[in-house]
Design a protein around this ligand. Structure first.
Ligand code: RFL
Ligand code: PHB
Length: 389
């Protein structure tokens, strides 16, 4: 088997990169460890930056997103019983789109079906060979046996737990990591959202977030200790705890119902440098993770796709490797700023087990300042809607 760009991972990064490259006549093969149904069953991100939406359009799949996505021109921050709004349109010029990662992934798979793309599911024992040579390849096992995919470049889009990052020799990469001492318990329910915009809440019982997928599908999160398990949280216990963390008028307006998905995600900040080793290019969660507080994970994956797509087009169609040589530096420059924003939002809105009374006062003062200062709100708005590529 041979292709120009072997793409490991059929999540949003890998699928979007493959679709963009195909549209420019560059051949790709996507290798995915799971089944398509499994990938589509994962409930993850909900907020898309304008840059992400532009890439969807460029890939020719923006129509349903435009039709069914919700434009959010602001967000709300609650602390205790107080709540204030950050006006994205006024402060940053435009808003964000609420359109779930599940829908993005479905649109991507459908476009690949129509294009007749080669996507191999349930691959095992994926191994990258010769990434530091001019003739790389990816070996993998399917039900039919071991196969070998020769290629010009390998895009490592296989998420945080994939093989790509670990294929870069340990002495050629540097990893930066921060683990937070809590997770997010998320619930999806077929209930109308409590508010027409998101609410991020800092309460003395811990963080809570009110989000949504559409007018009849809500997504809520609460901060929980890492030792908790999702199964141990009954729906009633979840709704009771969520209500306690929201300002009284919001809590009273909350419509509850049975959960249709419930899971706990740990919070982590992580960056691997560099994102390139020879002809292996890392992209998305394979290279970096942010805590979900700023809604940046999927959006950061998309900015990598943007840089990598343009670099690969230049390399494959014009034989010019400058874009690939500078890919890691360009992508990381934006990633570190997004890491900073996600870390800052996380520190601002959560309760920490080791938070002393001074740290608590600092957090309260920062929230009070944010509530009053247009300059501080502008910083948040500029980052939330997405830094330029
Ligand atoms: P993914 O989605 O993890 O996809 C990687 C794919 O690679 C496959 N894979 C392999 N394939 C072949 N061989 C191997 N050895 C492989 N190992 C793994 C996996 O099966 C998978 O299909 O990474 P990608 O494509 O880089 O996309 C990243 C995003 O999924 C992620 O950043 C976001 O979901 C993060 N995130 C959010 N991002 C936002 O921008 N806005 C949000 O509102 C937001 N909310 C969230 C989130 C992530 C969450 N969780 C559970 C992690 C909320 C949550 C709760
Ligand atoms: C979501 O809707 O899943 C979501 C929204 C905003 C975040 C994180 C997750 O910051």
């Amino acid at each position: 088997m041979r292709t120009q760009v072997a793409i490991i991972g059929g999540g949003p990064s890998g699928l979007l990169l493959a679709l963009l490259l195909r549209r420019r006549g560059i051949d790709t093969v996507v290798l995915e460890r799971r089944t398509r149904a499994h990938v589509l069953g994962r409930i993850r991100a909900g907020v898309l930056e304008r840059g992400f939406a532009a890439l969807m359009h460029e890939a020719g799949i923006g129509a349903r997103m435009e039709r069914e996505g919700f434009l959010h021109e602001g967000t709300n921050i609650a602390f205790g019983d107080e709540m204030f709004r950050i006006d994205f349109r006024r402060l940053a010029g435009h808003g964000v789109l609420v359109y779930g990662q599940t829908e993005v992934t479905r649109d991507l798979y459908e476009a690949h079906d129509a294009a007749g793309s080669r996507i191999v599911f349930e691959v095992e024992e994926v191994a990258i060979e010769g990434a530091d040579t001019d003739t790389p390849a990816v070996a993998f096992r399917t039900r039919e046996g071991v196969r070998r995919l020769a290629c010009d470049y390998v895009a490592g889009c296989d998420g945080f737990h994939g093989v790509s990052r670990r294929s870069i020799p340990a002495d050629r990469r540097r990893e930066y990591e921060k683990l937070y001492p809590f997770g997010w318990l998320g619930v999806l329910s077929e209930t109308p959202p409590v508010n027409d915009e998101l609410i991020y809440a800092n309460s003395e019982r811990g963080f809570a977030l009110c989000s949504m997928r559409n007018a009849s599908l809500s997504r809520y999160y609460i901060q929980v200790p890492l030792s908790d398990s999702a199964e141990a949280w009954s729906d009633t216990a979840f709704w009771d705890e969520l209500r306690r963390r929201l300002p009284a008028p919001v809590a009273e307006a909350l419509v509850t119902g049975p959960s249709i998905e419930k899971s706990i995600a740990p919070l982590r900040s992580f960056v691997c440098e560099p994102m390139r080793w020879g002809r292996l290019l890392l992209c998305g969660d394979a290279a970096h993770i942010v805590p979900p507080t700023g809604a940046k994970g999927l959006n950061t994956a998309a900015s990598d796709v943007h840089y990598l797509y343009h670099a690969l087009v230049r390399a494959c169609l014009e034989g010019d490797e400058e874009g690939l040589e500078r890919y890691s530096e360009r992508a990381l420059a934006r990633i570190w700023k997004t890491e900073r924003f996600s870390w800052w939002m996380t520190m601002l809105l959560h309760r920490f087990p080791d938070q002393g009374s001074f740290e608590l006062r600092m957090q309260q003062a920062e929230l009070a300042f944010l509530a009053e200062s247009e300059a501080a709100q502008k910083v948040l708005a500029e980052n939330y809607v997405g830094l330029p590529y």
